[in-house]
Design a binder for this molecule. Structure first.
Ligand code: KIV
Ligand code: NA
Length: 272
């Protein structure tokens, strides 16, 4: 079949409300993309790979090289979902021209059909610049992890009236600039609901609200691969336990010489 497109995602909210919520998960590798693709509308190569794959303390050190390598792997492992790749910190904030150079490189090197960047009002000009030049953009407002040093941490946003209004204004700005979808992360419940009603672009929530037009989670969080996860994560499996059990079983069989058996060994061809 044909791969999901940015206009078809935006059109899912054509009547003002998405009938079928948009399903999005992160993917960083070819094999995970293959497994998730049949179930997702969008696969996001998130810069969360900095923490999840590379053990970095935040998304700040994530590079273009990392995003391009993992983005290409995810495109190779998928055929149905739209693949969106996060623009890493420092690759787009300087100017619309810088953003275009980075986003076009990501598209050329990965084959993805969209990029995501953090920021609303401050990035509106950039979102319009990219969109007008052939690059579909997913916005990202509320808790924006690349701004952790300004925000002071990863706590929920929009606790004050002023902050809630600012997040709504950011979402409106991203929408009006042409973003075809907007991720709203880590906000007090009513805010995401208000945003979903206020903008034409589908709003994809993470730690936001069930009223959003879609949901996204970090796949490794959802699979239960981490001990500590934010409140908004639901674990749909407990892979950390299962991987530990598999590794323990393997180690025990190696140590007792019960693995490998003849079944896993190459046997010489019988001589005639
Ligand atoms: O980097 C990421 O995984 C993200 C999602 C959590 C939206 O930006
Ligand atoms: Na991200």
């Amino acid at each position: 079949g044909k791969r999901t497109t940015a206009p078809s995602i935006r059109a899912r909210k054509a009547g003002g409300k998405t009938e079928q919520p948009i399903v999005m998960l992160t993917a960083y590798t070819m094999r995970m993309a293959q497994l998730l693709d049949p179930h997702c509308d969008i696969l996001l190569v998130g810069d969360s790979l900095g923490q999840v794959i590379y053990g970095l303390p935040s998304t700040i050190p994530v590079t273009m090289e990392m995003m391009c390598a993992h983005g290409a792997a995810v495109v190779r492992g998928s055929w149905h979902a739209l693949v969106g790749v996060d623009m890493p910190f420092g690759s787009y904030e300087g100017s619309p021209e810088q953003a275009f150079a980075s986003a076009s490189r990501i598209m050329k090197e990965t084959g993805c059909a969209a990029v995501k960047l953090e920021g609303g009002e401050a990035m509106a000009e950039t979102i319009a610049f990219l969109t007008h030049r052939g690059i579909p953009v997913i916005g990202h407002v509320g808790l924006t992890p690349q701004a952790v040093n300004i925000l002071g941490g990863y706590g929920a946003r929009g606790k004050s009236d002023k902050e809630a209004k600012k997040i709504l204004a950011d979402a409106r700005a991203a929408n009006d600039a042409g973003a075809f979808a907007i991720v709203v992360e880590g906000v007090m419940e009513g805010i995401a609901t208000d945003i979903s009603r206020a903008v034409e672009a589908p709003v994809i929530g993470i730690g936001a609200s069930a009223e959003c037009d879609g949901q996204v989670l970090v796949t490794e969080d959802m699979l239960g691969l981490f001990e500590r996860t934010p409140r908004f994560v639901k674990r749909f499996d407990d892979l950390a336990t299962r991987i530990g059990q598999a590794a323990a079983a393997y180690a025990a069989e190696v140590r007792s010489r019960s693995f490998p058996t003849t079944e896993q060994m190459y046997q010489p061809k019988p001589k005639i």
